[in-house]
Ligand binder design. Structure first.
Ligand code: IPE
Ligand code: IPE
Ligand code: MG
Length: 249
């Protein structure tokens, strides 16, 4: 039986987040420039979006560009920005056809206008779609997101809209970029790095983490299904004992 058939439909993660890493090393290994790796990574994005749709995942967040990535050489940053535009343009029809709803999180105002316009256009064109919600993290920093939330909440306290006694986890979640999405149950990182790199720090507090050595451009549907299957083999205890879990009674 292939791994896709082994996936249990009643135990799917609602939300999967992916740190798509390893494009540069993939290209270097082939004797190419880093940007070739980014271009090849677009194919892996398509495969992953399709795979998520095939098994009925509801939310997929892809870390495409961090605020720290602005510190890369200008040629690479420019090439990535152009790539975001062309990928969005080329994929719009497909996403509409596949009932995908596009969203974006991050400090989006810092993106070049051309990227932002294309992004807003696809978000608008797909806003009524009811299938997979595809969330692109662009110019994203989790610490910045949390800092923004603190600022917003403090302003509301000052204006009397929220009282200090009412601050709770839900209010904090409601002021993050991700306020309309559930927390991811599964976080995947490719390329053999074991770190979070400033991604969804609040939201992954109880996520299952899955690391694979596969470099992002090589990430296939099968790799995606393997991660989901692996997730389903885990016992999520949330602090309880194994015996307390409902399916153990
Ligand atoms: C991930 O691949 C893509 C982005 C961060 C934009 P990298 O470009 O980080 O590739 P490596 O990690 O250097 O191989
Ligand atoms: C994380 O990858 C950001 C994205 C995948 C967009 P990086 O390659 O930038 O992370 P570090 O530098 O290895 O932590
Ligand atoms: Mg990297």
């Amino acid at each position: 039986m292939n791994v896709k058939e082994k996936i249990l439909k009643n135990k799917l993660p609602l939300h999967i987040a992916i740190i798509m890493d390893g494009n540069g090393r993939w290209a270097k290994k082939k004797g190419n420039r880093r940007i070739f790796g980014h271009k090849s990574g677009v194919k892996a994005v398509k495969e992953t979006v399709e795979a998520a749709g095939e098994i009925g995942i509801k939310y997929l967040t892809l870390y495409a560009f961090s605020t720290e990535n602005w510190n890369r050489p200008k040629v690479e940053v420019d090439a990535l920005m152009s790539l975001f535009i062309s990928a969005v343009k080329n994929e719009t029809e497909n996403l509409i056809k596949n009932n995908v709803r596009m969203k974006a999180i991050g400090n989006l105002e810092t993106l070049p206008n051309s990227v932002l316009e294309n992004l807003n256009e696809i978000i608008d064109k797909t806003k009524d779609n009811t299938g997979l919600t595809l969330i692109l993290a662009l110019s994203y920093s989790s610490r910045q997101e949390i800092t923004n939330a603190v600022t917003k909440i403090t302003k509301k306290i000052t204006s009397g809209e929220i009282s200090i006694e009412n601050i709770n986890e839900e209010i904090i979640s409601d002021h993050l970029y991700t306020n309309e999405f559930p927390d991811p149950e599964l976080l995947i990182r490719t390329s053999g790095e074991f770190r979070i790199s400033n991604f969804l720090l609040w939201q992954i507090s109880y996520s299952e983490l899955y690391f694979t050595d596969t470099l992002w451009p090589d990430f296939s549907k099968e790799d995606f299904f393997n991660a989901v299957y692996n997730f389903q083999q885990r016992e999520r205890r949330f602090g309880k004992t194994s015996e307390q879990l409902p399916d153990k009674k």
